[in-house]
Design a protein around this ligand. Structure first.
Ligand code: TYD
Ligand code: MG
Length: 452
């Protein structure tokens, strides 16, 4: 018979090793490795449990029940509402508005559901004050200030609410784990317990998770694989708009976004984000161009700005905000080699307005045009929009969803669209309006078409 083994387990992160060490090699915590006697290796265990597998045809599926939140933007990101029995993680920087948005949806959801709001961060009084400010007064909303997960789950088992909100997972505490709240081991175990509770009793659960300094949720993304749906709430702290984005969704698409604005009565939906994002565009200024990205099924226009200035040091500085840094360097190299624009002794900066991220190849062209416009100090004509992917040969390549993008630009009153020449086929018949569509095949051609 195999001998029981001794293992050393880190109480902070759960790392295990056969050797003791003073500092955990995984999380760097000191004096956290505790000795435990492990069972016999599981591979040698023989179990008598009998299992059955179902044929895929036999598995019955009932249509999943979804609860609408009363906010169209929120529903869109979730894929049509909160699925009954699902576990959702809502994460974002502290102070971005996670508690606010969840308290707001309680008003509408409270019409049909019994809701339990568990707060480990704020007192009941603070929550009440916020609820009054947000106009939330549903009788079906109950509030509990508690951090002991086992006690909470016991309470949920007895009262069976239909929606549970946990604010936040970093404050939750499982008493049999010795590490402090917010440590990886605590957060992981608490989430596991809430997950079992959600699945066993078919209770929809929303967990709030703060993004910590490293930009990960509670350390090394420990929760994302456990939950059904991961939502990120993003935005610049000093700007009022917030973007809700799904990064994982077992019940819907992941590339939908919802746009909100923080006002004095909480978050308001922004049904027409394109208009908001381009509203402050300066007129007759060099170094700005309008781009269009597809967020799921929805085209969104955004302003991208480029600034090229003489460098103060030997090597030109490159910086980008909202656009991939490596892609920007590649585009600059292509413009130098293939189109004859030299950035060698200049600093180059790219910035996307409104905290939006341009992560689509179709935004190569507007980014390049903004940079060239700044380099040459020539403004791009007002009411002009450009999209196209740029290849390493300097060619403008075809993109997808060209028609939807042009229609969105047309709807917002744009007069001129610079599109890849390969996309021109059949485009004219599909677009009924008289917006000018110009097909281009090189960077120079595109720049000439959009400047005077
Ligand atoms: P909060 O929801 O507490 O953030 P989180 O739970 O993500 O940490 O949001 C707090 C911020 O929102 C705070 O800076 C104030 C602002 N706010 C408003 O501007 N208007 C409002 O009506 C509310 C409730 C909050
Ligand atoms: Mg909060």
């Amino acid at each position: 018979m195999a001998k029981p083994k001794t293992v050393f387990i880190c109480s902070e992160c759960g790392y295990n090793s056969s050797k003791w060490s003073g500092c955990c090699p995984e999380c760097g915590e000191w004096n956290s490795m505790n000795e435990q006697v492990s069972d016999i290796s599981p591979a040698f265990k023989i179990t008598t449990k009998s299992l059955t597998a179902l044929s895929i045809g036999e598995i019955s599926v009932n249509d999943e029940i979804r609860f609408k939140t009363g906010m169209t933007e929120f529903d869109r990101v979730l894929g049509g509402g909160i699925v009954q029995g699902s576990l959702i993680l809502l994460s974002g920087d502290p102070g971005i508005g996670k508690s606010t948005i969840l308290l707001q949806v309680c008003e509408y959801l409270g019409n049909t559901l019994q809701i339990l709001y568990i707060s480990g961060e704020e007192s009941a009084k603070q929550i009440k004050l916020r609820a009054v400010r947000l106009g939330v007064k549903s009788d079906n909303l109950t509030v509990m200030c508690e951090t002991d997960v086992r006690a909470i789950i016991n309470y949920i088992e007895n009262t069976k609410p239909q929606l549970v909100i946990v604010d936040s997972i970093q404050t939750m505490n499982v008493s049999d784990i010795s590490s402090t709240s917010g440590s990886v081991a605590q957060v992981r175990e608490s989430t596991n317990l809430f997950m079992h509770c959600a699945k066993n009793f078919n209770i929809s659960t929303v967990i709030i998770g703060h993004v910590n300094k490293d930009g990960n949720i509670a350390g090394p993304k420990v929760l994302e694989h456990i939950v059904d749906c991961v939502l990120y709430f993003e935005g610049e702290r000093h700007l009022s708009y917030r973007i809700l984005r799904a990064v994982k969704n077992r019940y819907g698409s992941t590339n939908e976004i919802g746009v909100f604005e923080m006002a004095d009565k909480g978050l308001c939906e922004v049904p027409n984000p394109s208009l908001m994002l381009i509203s402050g565009k300066p007129k007759d200024t060099a170094g700005t161009c309008i781009a269009c990205i597809m967020e799921g099924s929805r085209p969104i226009l955004a302003e991208v700005q480029g600034l090229v200035a003489p460098t103060g040091y030997g090597n030109g500085r490159r910086m980008s905000n909202g656009f991939d840094y490596n892609r920007m360097s590649m585009l600059i190299a292509v413009m130098e080699k293939r189109a004859g624009y030299f950035f060698g002794n200049s600093d180059a900066y790219v910035n996307v307005i409104g905290g939006l991220k341009l992560d689509e190849p179709a935004t190569d062209l507007p980014v390049s045009l903004a940079l060239i416009s700044s380099l040459k100090d020539k403004p791009i004509i007002d009411s002009t929009i450009a999209f196209g992917e740029i290849g390493l040969g300097g060619e403008i390549r075809a993109i997808s969803f060209c028609e939807q993008r042009i229609k969105e630009a047309d709807r917002l009153g744009f007069k001129k669209c610079i599109v890849p020449r390969h996309n021109l086929k059949n485009l004219r018949e599909m677009i009924k309006s008289d917006i000018e569509i110009i097909g281009v095949s090189s960077i120079n051609e595109a720049f000439n078409a959009c400047t005077n």
